[in-house]
Unconditional design. Structure first.
Length: 337
């Protein structure tokens, strides 16, 4: 019996299954301040091995990106220590996967933190009367945190009544109308935000483009989205909507490029992976499609869209015959122990 066991072990060591060939691993991702897409640029991030021995340090890019490549399949720890923010210590296991993409949000240690939706406030918005800004914050809390778009409408309307040139409030009013499915009202509010801002507010142009896309006015949508990206080339939602427009036109390579740019700027946005999955489905790139769906399900597993994504993933996996990796091959044992 011992000889049989020894021969099996030796077979595994000498003839490992090809699927167990070790490839190098990569740990990459983005770092943001707060819970919005506000990139934490030039932030030092340190990599440690499983024994907490320091390996290397790098600074995030202008869009908050980092990438540690050429790693052995193992467990690592990432650490970030930024003044006025809670320290981060994150264990990352790449022993069974070649790539790991992360989104890290830095939490302020200030006693009174700003609302996540007020982290990036323009100079123009700061010039608005406090009463109008209070209504604005109340509306954003209802819309984004409480998921109460109907209740948010009156707050945004009162903010606009208190400050007629508060085009950011017009934009948020349009977003609430979009959430409620009132496309025509949303388009009117987006157009008002564009007019009041003298066409200087990129978000409003992109928002109008999104409504026009939903109404199948693709040519007009394309113009509006491009105008938004001209005003702000780093607006991830603009690249996402442009990708959606290009997909409607069946311009798949260009749609993929726009979607990948959106992912680069906002890797934590589930809708980006939904767009990529639609593109890869049209391209019949099922391997990439499964990766899109896997990432989507880590970000949005329980919503109705997440449930549909899981069903689609199961169907695609069955279609391509993707099965779990088989166990290591063991050579047949000799008949004589």
């Amino acid at each position: 019996m011992f000889r049989l066991f020894a021969s099996m072990v030796l077979a595994v060591l000498l003839f490992p299954h090809p699927s167990f060939a070790q490839k190098s691993a990569t740990i990459a991702g983005n770092v943001y301040y707060g819970s919005e897409y506000h990139p934490a640029s030039n932030v030092s991030i340190s990599l440690y091995d499983g024994n907490l021995e320091f390996l290397e340090m790098q600074a995030t890019s202008d869009v908050g990106q980092f990438r540690f490549g050429g790693l052995k399949r193992s467990t690592y720890t990432l650490r970030i220590d930024v003044t006025d923010y809670e320290p981060v210590s994150l264990d990352v296991d790449v022993s069974m996967a070649s790539d790991k993409t992360l989104v890290i949000y830095l939490k302020s240690t200030a006693k009174q933190q700003e609302s996540p939706h007020s982290l990036m406030v323009s100079v123009h918005e700061l010039s608005m009367p406090q009463k109008a800004r209070d209504y604005m914050e109340a509306g954003k809390k209802k819309l984004y945190d409480d998921k109460n778009a109907q209740g948010a409408l009156s707050d945004f309307q009162q903010a606009i009544a208190a400050a007629a040139d508060y085009y950011e409030a017009d934009y948020q009013l349009a977003m609430a109308q979009m959430t409620l499915g009132n496309r025509n009202d949303a388009a009117a509010a987006f157009r008002k935000a564009i007019a009041v801002s003298k066409d200087s507010y990129a978000e409003a142009d992109v928002g109008l483009g999104a409504v026009l896309l939903d109404q199948n006015q693709v040519s007009e949508a394309d113009k509006s989205i491009h105008r938004g990206l001209q005003l702000n080339p780093n607006l991830w939602l603009g690249h996402y909507e442009l990708g959606r427009a290009l997909l409607k036109e069946n311009r798949l390579p260009e749609a993929q490029a726009s979607a990948e740019e959106a992912r680069l700027l906002a890797p934590g946005a589930p809708i980006v992976y939904r767009l990529l999955s639609n593109i890869h489905l049209q391209q019949k790139d099922y391997k990439a499609l499964l990766e899109d769906l896997d990432t989507y399900l880590t970000l949005d597993p329980n919503s109705p869209a997440g449930v549909r994504a899981k069903e689609l993933r199961d169907q695609i996996q069955a279609k391509v015959g993707a099965q779990p990796q088989p166990p290591p091959h063991v050579a047949p044992a000799s008949a004589n122990p």
